[in-house]
Design a protein. Structure first.
Length: 322
């Protein structure tokens, strides 16, 4: 079959977008649109409370990414209720929901506490599963046993903040764990049949563009179900903002035009088996130190990347052997 003068390909992910898209993955899995509803269940973080470190990762300000209805003072049920109302108004067609435990480290508590909060979320009408964001050093066999058991009853994904495959970067941004910790967490989670996600940031200080690109090969070797990427944004009030002001030349922030080129090259090297949830991040402008990408919105960048893939007649995984 041809489209214009171009052959229409069959991609391994079973639809004709040029990357393995998250929304299509869920449509295939559930047969309908599924919407994530974020929750701040009051978990904390060992990189803030002194267990692993104090002050947290240098770029971290959870408020910049937390929807306004997410507050630990509200119950899980109330947050889901408000999230569902918000999304119903915005996307009329959503029928099922995934409770997204997003803020801080959502396995940083006892199994009893985790069980009670997760079950509360699963008890809400229309919630078909859980996505649990956490750190690679906040998981152990007891928690994985529990999550494995829960994942036999509903959709469940554990999403690890990894941020970089390089220990020099992880030290620099004060993550408080190594890439080896991350790899072990990912492998032991996936080995139990639990959907496993990861989050990475492009543009962290001290990394060259080539090193960032080479991470595609490393990430492709991990047993990940989904992955999220975003460009580094300097968020107000963070340690990184201070560092940026003191040494701006230490940072090579991407313009959106540079990011388009970079991301297309990255996708070509990324395994086609990994579902890509996000290409970019977008902190609300009031949190941004500096201009960011001005008026360019996430959906515009996604459209531009897809257009570029089409123009270059390339796709996710074109340069991998897997
Ligand atoms: S692990 Fe997450 S919550 Fe904790 S300091 Fe780092 S980015 Fe913030």
């Amino acid at each position: 079959m041809t489209s214009g003068n171009r052959t229409k390909r069959e991609y391994p992910w079973g639809h004709d977008r040029r990357f393995n898209s998250y929304s299509s993955y869920f449509r295939q899995l559930f047969g309908a649109r599924v919407q994530k509803v974020s929750i701040d269940a009051g978990f904390t973080c060992p990189n803030r409370d002194g267990t692993k470190g104090r002050g947290g990762c240098t770029y971290c300000n959870n408020d910049a990414f937390n929807p306004s209805y997410c507050m630990p003072s509200k119950s899980v049920t109330q947050q889901i209720e408000e999230g569902v109302t918000f999304h119903k108004w915005r996307y009329k067609e959503a029928v099922s929901y995934l409770a997204y435990f997003q803020a801080y480290s959502n396995t940083y508590a006892s199994v009893e506490v985790m069980n009670s909060l997760y079950r509360e979320a699963l008890g809400y009408p229309g919630v078909v599963g859980l996505i649990i964001g956490t750190r690679p050093d906040c998981i152990d066999d007891e928690k994985l046993d529990f999550l494995q058991e829960l994942s036999s009853k509903c959709y469940l994904a554990v999403e690890y903040g990894i941020e970089s495959c390089y220990d020099k970067t992880l030290r620099r941004i004060n993550r408080g764990h190594t890439f080896d910790d991350a790899e072990k967490a990912v492998r032991s989670t996936a080995a139990r049949g639990i959907n496993t996600g990861a989050h990475f940031i492009f543009g962290l200080p001290g990394e060259t563009r080539e090193e960032m690109l080479e991470q595609a090969d490393i990430i492709s070797g991990l047993p990940l179900t989904t992955v999220k990427f975003h460009q580094l944004q300097i968020i107000k009030g963070t340690t990184m903002e201070m560092e940026f002001r003191q040494n701006p030349h230490d940072f090579e922030l991407f313009s959106w035009e540079e990011y388009l080129d970079f991301f297309v090259r990255f996708l070509e090297r990324l395994s086609p088996a990994i579902v890509v949830e996000r290409f970019t991040g977008e902190a609300p402008p009031r949190f941004l130190s500096g201009q960011g990408w001005g008026k360019k919105r996430t959906d515009q960048i996604v459209n531009l990347i897809e257009k570029r893939l089409e123009e270059l007649d390339t796709w996710q995984g074109r340069l991998t052997s897997k």
